[in-house]
Every structure is written in C-alpha cells, then in structure tokens.
Write a protein that binds this ligand. Structure first.
Ligand code: NDP
Length: 238
C-alpha cells in the first residue's frame, strides 16, 4: 500500500448511509470524494457532480475525483439507490427501468469506470451497497430486490475477473437502518418490523459504514465476492 491517502469515491454520498460511509472512510485515513446528484454537497467534503444513470457523468466524476486528489479512485462505494415500490401487477415500466438503471446498471457503470484506474494502480476496492431485500425478497419490491440481488452477481463476477489484479469486490447488505425513510414509518409498522429482527431494533448508519470501512481496509485484502449482512440477523447471513 502507498503511504499517501487512498482516494475513495462514494456515490450518493451527500446524505444518509452514503454520508456515514464517507465519514468512516475519512476517519480511516482515506481521502474521500463524495458523488452528488443534486442538492447541497456536504460542507466538509470534496464533492463531484455524479448522476449514475449517465455514463458521461460517471466518467467526468472519476476524472474530477482524480484531478482533485492527484490519485486514481482506489475505493469505490456504489451506494446510490432508489426505491419505486409497487405491487407487481401495477408496477410500471418506468418503475422497473428507473430502479434497475440506478441501483444495478448505475453500479456497473461506476465499477467499469473505476476498474480502469484500479488496473493501472494494480489494486482497488469495489464495495456495493445492496440490501437484505435482495436475497430475502419483499412484497412490492420486485424491481428493488432484482436490482439489489444483481449486485451479488456483479461483485462475484468482478472477483473472478479481477481478483488476480489486486482488486476486491464485495457486497454489504443492510437491513432496516435508521434513516429518513424508516423514520417516516407508522409506529405500529415499525414495531412489527422490529419484532422480526433478531436484534430487536433497526440499525444505525454507522453500523453499515463500519462494514464498508472493514472491506476497504488493508485487513480485508483476502476478502472478495463476499456478502456482508448488516441487518441484526434478519437475513440470517443469507
Ligand atoms: P437515501 O435516499 O437517503 O440516499 C440515496 C442517495 O443516492 C442520495 O444521495 C441520492 O442523491 C443518491 N442517488 C439516487 N439516485 C441517484 C442517481 N441516479 N445518481 C446519483 N446518485 C443518486 O438512501 P439511504 O442512505 O437510505 O440508502 C443508501 C443505500 O443503501 C441505497 O442503495 C439503499 O438502497 C441502501 N439501503 C438502505 C436501507 C435503509 O434502511 N435506509 C436498507 C438497505 C439498503 P439525491 O440526494 O440527489 O437524491
């Protein structure tokens, strides 16, 4: 490993789980650039515009991150994601396309661009933020579950393709995490969900970020193609 800080790019890093990941990687000594689609970039981070559904934007974001830091992106955290929940029979083409294009194809676009610099560096960490729903399933989330389970195939194929080049590819699969989304749940539904989780509570964004930080760390150099659940036991390790 080089002694200069490694450049990390976190997609959707302006808020929620992505922002917690950005903090965790920075605390570990990495130089973190946050990819922002819209809204205000966090005050205390370097940021680049990034729309993961647009290949030109992905390309420009990686170029800008390398210019800002003087180094190729060595750690990619593909975190950007959306939901468009709907029962299968009512799910529109747009609901299907938007979720797959953002969560799955967007992550592939970013990984493809990241791999170029990582091959030059001869090392790299690709970390995909999936969901317990990817392998557990969830009614009303056929599009989302397909996008999130697809990330497992992505990480495992990259592991086989680039594992010999010092590049690892892994998945973190959060369960219910305390975010703006879960805050809005009605109290009775929240209680019902919590009852199904062996840990009896929702997780914290920092608990997801800790798993990402481990996968990005030198200690995880021999971990690739893995799915690390951070879900209080809901998926029982998948
Ligand atoms: P948020 O909705 O709080 O944040 C999502 C982030 O993704 C935002 O920064 C958003 O940007 C960005 N984003 C969305 N679409 C795009 C796009 N097309 N291009 C670039 N950026 C985009 O989500 P969370 O923090 O809750 O979730 C983060 C990840 O974790 C997601 O992949 C989610 O599926 C996953 N997850 C979350 C769980 C939870 O309980 N919260 C549980 C399991 C998985 P903008 O600010 O512009 O909207």
């Amino acid at each position: 490993m080089s002694s200069t800080p490694r450049t990390a790019l976190v997609t959707g890093g302006n808020r929620g789980i992505g922002l917690a990941i950005a903090h965790a990687l920075r605390d570990a000594g990495d130089r973190v650039v946050v990819g922002c689609r819209s809204g205000q970039a966090p005050d205390d981070f370097e940021a680049v515009p990034l729309e993961v559904t647009d290949t030109a934007s992905v390309d420009a974001a990686f170029t800008a991150a390398a210019e800002l830091t003087g180094n190729q992106v060595e750690i990619l955290v593909a975190n950007a994601g959306i939901t468009r929940d709907q029962l299968l029979m009512r799910m529109s083409d747009d609901d299907i396309d938007a979720v797959l294009d953002t969560n799955l194809v967007g992550a592939i676009r970013c990984a493809r661009r990241a791999s170029k610099g990582m091959l030059r560096l001869k090392r790299g960490r690709l970390i995909f933020v999936s969901s317990v729903v990817g392998l557990y399933g969830s009614p009303g989330q056929v599009n989302y579950a397909a996008s999130k389970s697809g990330l497992v195939g992505v990480a495992r194929s990259i592991s086989r393709e680039l594992g010999g080049r010092g590049i690892t590819a892994n998945v973190v699969a959060p369960g219910f995490i305390e975010t703006a989304m879960t805050e809005e749940l009605p109290a009775d539904l929240k209680k019902q969900y919590q009852g199904a989780i062996p840990a009896g509570r929702f997780g914290a964004v920092a608990e997801v970020a800790a798993a990402v930080r481990f996968l990005a760390s030198p200690e995880a150099s021999y971990v690739t193609g893995a799915v690390i659940p951070v879900d209080g036991g809901l998926g029982m390790g998948h």
